[in-house]
Design a protein around this ligand. Sequence first.
Ligand code: HEC
Ligand code: HEC
Ligand code: HEC
Ligand code: HEC
Ligand code: HEC
Ligand code: HEC
Length: 450
Amino acid sequence: MKISKMFISRRFKSLVLTVFAFISFSYNIHAQGDAAKGEKLFNQNCASCHFPDKDMTGPALKGARERWIENSSEEKLYDWVRNSTAVIESGDAYANQLFSEWGSVMTAQNVTNEQVDDILAYVEEYQPPVVEVAADPGAGTGEEQESSTLIWWILSALLLVVIGSAASAKSGLQKLANEQDGVNTPGDENWMTAFRRWAWTYRGWVGVTSLIIVVVLLAAGMLDLMKIGVFEDYKPEQPIAYSHELHAGKLGIDCKYCHNSVEKSKHAGIPTVNVCMNCHKTVHEGSTTGTEEIAKIHEAAGYDAATNSYTGETKPIKWVKVHNLPDHVYFNHSQHVNVGGLDCKNCHGNMKKETVARVMTTEDLNNVGVTDEDYDENKVKFTKPTLTMGWCIECHRESNIDIANAPEGSYYNMIHTRLQKDQRTYRSYLEDDVVSVAELGGLECAKCHY
Ligand code: HEC
Ligand code: HEC
Ligand code: HEC
Ligand code: HEC
Ligand code: HEC
Ligand code: HEC
């Protein structure tokens, strides 16, 4: 393994990969299973422990079918996936060998033979992803660059005016010196007096220049003021070139695997390094950044990849907060995700296409899923910038909750029952059996402000 890493060139590696892909492709003509379906099933059920061509919590699945045919039987493979413990307990030698080698139990999987075939077809066809990892995660957007170019133009123009006036100031002084020859040489005159004299001579120019400077400073100040509280498209540089596109998109890891308090608490939470280490204890190399970025995870966890041991010297990863509401605002994730039944993408857009996180723009949020079959035409169309008060209010005005059909015993079901007792309120709110968040009190200042 080490030798091949050191001596086989990239080109040769890709040749081997191509040949391998060809072989596995022709193998699949005979093999059972639909790789496209398999990819989904794999990501949903197996990706948290397995990777197609790399060992993780469980072994790389490429070639698993052949290994079972060779060492045990094909039927046992299906049995294994559905209930590995049973196969181990049946005394199957290969199963026991696997278990003693890997030392952890593979949880029973609720899949059919056909689905296992699909998964294995996908695994055999799998090609390492080519993802664009943020080379510079802090890179600004086009618009931002445009507005800063404008400011640069204004500043350069100003500079020219100042240089111009300075030049005429010099010639002015010269002239003065010549005129008052002997009586008042430039050397005797202190610069303040000279400046005043000059400014008076060229008062027209000086006036215009000062006016321009004041106007530009004011305009810049206004632009900055307008930005306060508007965070759209904010995407700070992060300590590790982490990619949502790879992990949540390609590898199909559930958002809640990493942001695991999102359903239970106010905060969604940022994963600790231990969560990364669940996989990166065994995955030491990425397909675009090699070992460079993952080494930072190992350093943070105090893990020595060479000796496969922990040194005990940990140091936290300093992720930069992206979304940050002011302290006087109360926002609660579990209320929206759990009670309100909203999806992350309603507020965070399509994170499966992002590297590190950014605050989505109104346009990003409105365009999520437009091309999907199950796109909801009635979903809230935002007009206010993300994370502003107008944005929250807009959604509360337009989000309806179908409380009449809420499950028995649920929070909304209780509200429904209570409202029905008071026919007048019931009629005003519920004539259509739909109630908006606003009607439930979602516009009351105190709900969002401490
Ligand atoms: C909770 C972690 C976990 C999940 C989820 C999981 N596995 Fe496993 N799997 C393992 C472990 C660990 C092993 C190694 C054997 C052992 O220790 O039980 C393994 C072994 C295997 C093997 C034997 C590999 C070989 O080299 O012969 C197959 C096949 C397999 N898993 C298929 C699947 C499939 C298909 C899924 C999804 C439907 C899946 N596993 C989901 C943990 C998991
Ligand atoms: C469920 C498993 C899993 C978890 C959890 C996980 N990763 Fe990964 N990660 C992978 C796999 C597999 C790869 C290799 C994919 C590839 O590039 O081929 C990878 C690759 C990477 C890469 C290199 C990307 C590249 O293409 O070079 C970085 C950086 C990374 N992960 C960061 C993280 C961080 C930070 C965390 C924790 C917040 C994390 N990962 C958690 C499975 C995981
Ligand atoms: C109703 C809109 C909304 C939904 C739905 C939503 N979020 Fe958020 N999310 C926010 C807001 C607003 C913040 C900023 C909170 C703050 O600064 O206090 C935020 C912040 C975060 C953060 C930063 C850490 C934190 O807890 O403040 C993460 C991570 C996050 N969300 C993940 C998720 C995930 C994962 C989901 C889906 C399970 C989700 N969010 C669903 C609006 C939403
Ligand atoms: C493998 C772990 C992992 C998975 C899976 C994952 N994230 Fe993240 N997420 C992170 C890490 C690490 C950060 C901090 C770095 C950054 O800001 O990108 C983060 C940051 C975020 C933030 C911004 C937090 C802040 O500071 O405001 C949001 C929002 C978010 N994720 C949403 C999602 C959504 C939605 C999904 C599912 C589609 C998802 N994440 C899946 C690891 C993960
Ligand atoms: C995508 C739509 C959406 C956005 C954006 C949104 N909310 Fe909500 N919000 C809801 C829904 C739906 C509910 C109803 C859930 C419930 O009844 O608890 C809700 C409920 C609430 C409640 C509880 C109201 C009550 O009557 O108890 C608060 C507080 C709240 N949101 C705060 C916020 C804040 C603060 C923001 C902006 C940072 C925000 N929400 C943005 C959809 C949204
Ligand atoms: C659905 C949640 C929600 C409700 C209801 C709400 N606010 Fe806000 N409010 C916010 C958010 C979020 C911000 C922060 C906006 C920002 O930072 O740009 C905010 C900011 C403010 C600010 C600071 C100025 C500003 O624009 O940043 C004031 C003042 C304010 N709200 C007053 C009120 C009053 C008065 C009410 C009742 C009529 C109210 N809010 C109702 C969410 C809400």
